[in-house]
Design a protein around this ligand. Structure first.
Ligand code: GLN
Length: 202
């Protein structure tokens, strides 16, 4: 399984290390050609405004939307989650619009906004370690979106089909739960399987 990681800023290497430990091949994505042949794509943290500008300049904005519509799996963390949201506030900005939710940039404030919290998740029995770095807050999700983890009553990990978004940084912990979930949703067939031919009857 090959996972592309948008590698323009942020902690893309930490994502790559975690995914490789879980057995995936990774490739750094900076151009549309880099995305070819990938089963999944990670959009790491950073500054969503800068990332959005880069995606538009490189033609990756359209390429990533096409990738998603062709059943490529996408996992966005923090700024990556902002890029995936249908609606971005504080201030409002354009996005890939692949997850029907409203997200508030720097929702925990800009200064004392970096911290580690634990919150409930449906993925494991324990609480999940969540590292927030000037993270956004998911204010509203459409009913079609599944909330997989929460902190302080707000969704922090959400999914719809093959699109997954976290407002925190699971790649900065030693807990591979969220990355494993991402790989599972690819191997469990976000891509439609080709129909097997009907057995011939004599
Ligand atoms: N505050 C950043 C933004 O609004 C996101 C921070 C992060 O990715 N750690 O784009």
């Amino acid at each position: 399984m090959k996972i592309g990681i948008l590698a323009i800023q942020g902690d893309f290497q930490a994502h790559a290390e975690m995914l490789r430990e879980l057995g995936a091949d990774t490739v750094e994505v900076r151009t549309v050609a880099d995305l070819q042949g990938c089963d999944g794509l990670v959009l790491p943290g950073g500054e969503s405004t800068t990332q959005l500008q880069f995606l538009e300049e490189e033609g990756l904005y359209q390429a990533i939307r096409k990738f998603a519509h062709n059943d490529g799996a996408i996992f966005g963390t923090c700024a990556g989650a902002i890029l995936l949201a249908n609606k971005v506030e504080n201030p409002s900005q354009d996005s890939l619009k692949l997850l029907d939710m409203t997200i508030l940039r720097n929702g925990y404030g800009r200064q004392l906004a970096t911290d580690v919290f634990f919150g409930p998740t449906t993925l494991i029995k324990d609480t999940l370690e969540m590292v927030f770095i000037r993270g956004p807050i998911i204010e509203k999700v459409a009913p079609s979106i599944t909330v997989l983890a929460k902190y302080n009553g707000k969704p922090t990990l959400v999914q719809k089909g093959h699109i997954l978004a976290a407002t925190f940084h699971p790649e900065l912990t030693h807990d591979p739960t969220v990355h494993q979930h991402f790989l599972n949703l690819i191997s469990n067939g976000s891509k439609p399987k080709p129909k097997s031919p009907k057995p011939r009857t004599k």
